[in-house]
Every structure is written in C-alpha cells, then in structure tokens.
Design a protein around this ligand. Structure first.
Ligand SMILES: *Cc1c(COP(=O)(O)O)cnc(C)c1O
Length: 452
C-alpha cells in the first residue's frame, strides 16, 4: 500500500484495460441480479486478513459481481430512468478518482469547482435564470429537492417570522416524485397533493386547490413544487401558470426537472418549459438524460445567498473557509465533503459542445415519437396515454398484472430488456423511458415482438 511499485503497475494496467474494454462494449451485456447466497458461493471470502490481491479482486468483480449488476447504459434498459454516459464522461470519471479532489470549498477545489460552475451556468442559462444564479452538484434529484426546500423554508421563516413555530406545507401535483413526500417526512412537514385532470398541474387547478384550503392550512404553505417531466409519464406542469400563483402568494417556486430538465437543451421541447425562468430553485439530473455517470444532479438557485444562509455549516475549523466570500459548494446543500461529481459532465460538455447534447436529446425525442407510431400500428398493444417527453405508457391487450410481471422477468433473464410494469389510473401497464441515444427503433421492435 501507498507505493507505486511493480505490482501497482500491473494492477494499473489491468484496471485501466478493464475500464477501457467496458467503455468500448457496444452494447454491454444487460446482466441481471443473483441472490446473495449465490454470490457468496461464487466469490467466497473477499475481505481477509492478508488480502486476496488486486488482480484476484478485479477478476471476481469482472467474472461474478459485474455480471450480477445490470448495465443501465444498455440500449434496451428502458425501465425507471436509465442513463447513458458519454465515453468522454466515463473516462474523465477515472481522472476525477485519480486526482484526490475535494469539492466542498474554493480553497481546496478552486479549479475543479470553477469547471463545475461552468456546467451549472449552461444549465442555468437553458432555464433562463439570471446571471447571479448558482448552485451545486449533489448526489441525486432527491438530495436536490430536499436541499432546495430547506433553503425555501429558511427564507420563508426569515420573511414571515410567524412561520417559525409552524409545521409547514408544500403544494405539489399528484404526479410529483416520491422524493417530495420523502423530503417532507425528513423536514417534519406536509405535502398537499393536487390532483389534475390530465396529469399536468395548471395554474388554474393550483389556484382552485388553494381556494379550497382552510385558512389555517393556507397559513402553513411556503412553497410549490412543480414537476417538469413527471417520472412515470413525462408530463410537464404549467410552469408559467404555477409561477403566477406563487408570485401572488409570495411562495417559493421549486421546479423538479430531475428527469425532464434535459429537454431544455432540445429546441423542439424548450417551449413546453415556459415559465421555468421564474423558478426560485430547480433540479436536473445529468445522470439521467444528460449523459453523465452516477451520481450527478444539478441544483440551482435564483438567489444563492438564500441557500448559503440556510446550509452553511459553522465550526471553529471551518470558519477559515466560510468567512471569506469564496464560492464554497458545501454551502448550497445538505452536505459538507463532496466529490466533484459535476466534472465528468463538464468534461463531456467541453469535449463535444452543447450542440451535440441538443442533437442527442432531440434524437431520443424523435425515437419516442416513432415508438408511439409503432405501437399504434401493432394490433396487440395500445398506447395508454400520448407519449410525453421520452416516456411511453402502453398496454398489452388482454394482459393483467401477473402476465406483465412474468414477461418482464423472462425478458430480463433472456438478456433482451429491462422493461418493468407500472400503473396508470389504477391499470397495470408497461412503460418505456428513453434516455439512451444508442437505443434504436429495432431495439424497441424486438421488445414489442416479444409481447405478441
Ligand atoms: C428521478 C427523479 C427524482 C429523484 O432523483 P434521484 O437522482 O433518483 O435522487 C426526483 N424527481 C423526479 C421528477 C425524478 O424523475
């Protein structure tokens, strides 16, 4: 340990070769889970007093553990929200790992933080936030949504001191992500979920829901969470209408664009985000549809000073960092130590340019339209709702929940696809979510054919 000697040299060669070969695979194997007991039997003891050696640990990973872990960048991984990192982003992740960078403070990470901020600036500009906007890369949309709401609550209690002792409420649409409810639990607060006619929360529906609240409930509201691309259906709320209601009440507008925000870079989709420029904070995950490896979520604030006031940690040994007016990423979310997880995203953006990102997202949007047409043209399947962004919900005629579940298991085992059932309006159905520009219509045709 702690010496770059001949055996380290051999290990470096093996590890780098593995990483290059894995990056080259097109497509990688889909792979799939095995039980802990099977894995235990296959790998034996890996943590031993004398160590098993790096080459042996790498062999176990390559032969047993990696094949038991699904490749989320497989072009027929269409479940949940996958990711499809660019080669440039993956390779630079190796550099980040090798460079011992601390991303919490400007003092320690100035160069790396500067580069992360360049990438954040691009996202802020896409949303139309002012030049003074800024934020930080956090681990995921969940962490971003929580941190934004902590800032929003802090601000609300500053400007409305009567809120200090109250349990507080946010309003969100019924399609909002599960992390919104989860954050409320962490914050000991509540969510009022507004049901919508179409899945898209409009300003009018929000206004009506607000009018229906009892005065005591209304007095506890401090923020509205709008969703720009619901996870299950890809629906973008009426951001402009919601922003107007927030403005009238003095509420913070947080836009959860963890999945859908990538489409801000696609000229054909950008108009559907009208109003996002009014957001007080917003979240978009480059590790979903912006081709970055895990874990990478961008959290942006219109007024970063509010986030700083809410999140800066104080201690005798930290004041040297926080006193000087430097840009310290630690100050903008619930965290202190952080990996500069935005760097692989920055490197890839710098390498390829923003136009390539727009093109890649447009390609996924176009594929989604083609898949909608394919489903319409196929007699044994049917769209459940019109595809939105890159999400397609469809049913296999005549099937119930058990049919979907056993089909999904079988096509994972055979290596065809990870496509899992979801539900819409109480009905079990299938869901595709396209984020991988390597996915082709032929890939999808193979999956649809397997439903015959
Ligand atoms: C995925 C998603 C989240 C959660 O993001 P993580 O990165 O998984 O924590 C939040 N909101 C929406 C709309 C999402 O799609």
């Amino acid at each position: 340990m702690f010496r770059f000697d001949a055996s380290t040299e051999a290990l470096a060669e093996a590890v780098i070769t593995y990483a290059i070969e894995r990056t080259r695979l097109d497509p990688p194997p889909l792979d799939g889970p095995r039980s802990a007991a099977e894995l235990r039997a296959a790998v034996g003891s890996t943590i031993t007093e004398q160590g098993i050696g790096g080459l042996e640990a790498l062999r176990l990973f390559a032969d047993v553990l990696a094949p038991a872990s699904i490749s989320v960048d497989h072009p027929r991984y269409l479940a949940f929200v996958g990711t499809a990192p660019t080669e440039a982003a993956i390779l630079f992740d190796l550099v980040v790992g090798a460079s011992s960078l601390y991303g919490g403070s400007w003092l320690e990470g100035a160069g790396a933080v500067f580069a992360e901020n360049e990438a954040l600036r691009w996202l802020a500009d896409l949303a139309g936030l002012p030049p003074t906007a800024g934020g930080v890369f956090v681990a995921g949309g969940s962490a971003g949504n929580l941190s934004a709401r902590v800032a929003a609550r802090h601000h609300a209690r500053m400007v409305r001191p009567e809120l200090a002792e109250r349990r507080l409420t946010v309003i969100a649409s019924s399609g909002a992500h599960s992390s919104i409810t989860s954050a409320s639990k962490v914050m000991d607060g509540d969510v009022v979920k507004v049901s919508t006619a179409t899945g898209r929360l409009t300003g009018g529906e929000l206004e009506q829901a607000v009018a229906d609240l009892a005065p005591a409930a209304l007095d506890r509201v401090y923020a509205v969470v709008a969703t720009a691309g619901t996870t299950n259906e890809g629906i973008i709320d009426d951001l402009a209408g919601i922003a107007e209601v927030c403005g009238a009440h003095g509420w913070w507008l947080h836009v959860d664009a963890a999945y859908g925000g990538a489409a801000l870079a696609a000229p054909s989709a950008r108009p559907r985000f009208a109003g996002i420029e009014h957001a007080d904070s917003f979240v978009v995950d480059p590790h979903k549809w912006l081709f970055a490896p895990y874990d990478c979520a961008a959290l942006l604030y219109r007024d970063p000073a509010i986030a700083r006031a809410a999140h800066t940690q104080h201690a005798a040994y930290l004041d040297v960092l926080t006193g000087g007016g430097d840009w310290n990423p630690s100050d903008y979310a619930y965290h202190l130590t952080r990996r500069v997880r935005g760097l692989p995203f920055w490197f890839s953006l710098a390498t390829h340019g923003t136009a390539a990102y727009g093109d890649a997202i447009e390609a996924t949007l176009a594929l989604t339209v083609e898949v909608g047409e394919l489903i319409r043209a196929t007699p044994f399947v049917e769209l459940v709702i019109e595809p939105s962004l890159s999400v397609v919900l469809f049913r296999r005629l005549g099937w119930g929940p058990d049919d979907y579940a056993s089909w999904s298991d079988a096509v994972l085992s055979s290596g065809l696809t990870l496509t899992v059932p979801t539900a819409h309006a109480g009905e079990t159905c299938l869901r595709f979510c396209f984020v991988n520009p390597r996915t082709t219509l032929d890939d999808v045709r193979m999956i649809i054919d397997s439903l015959a």
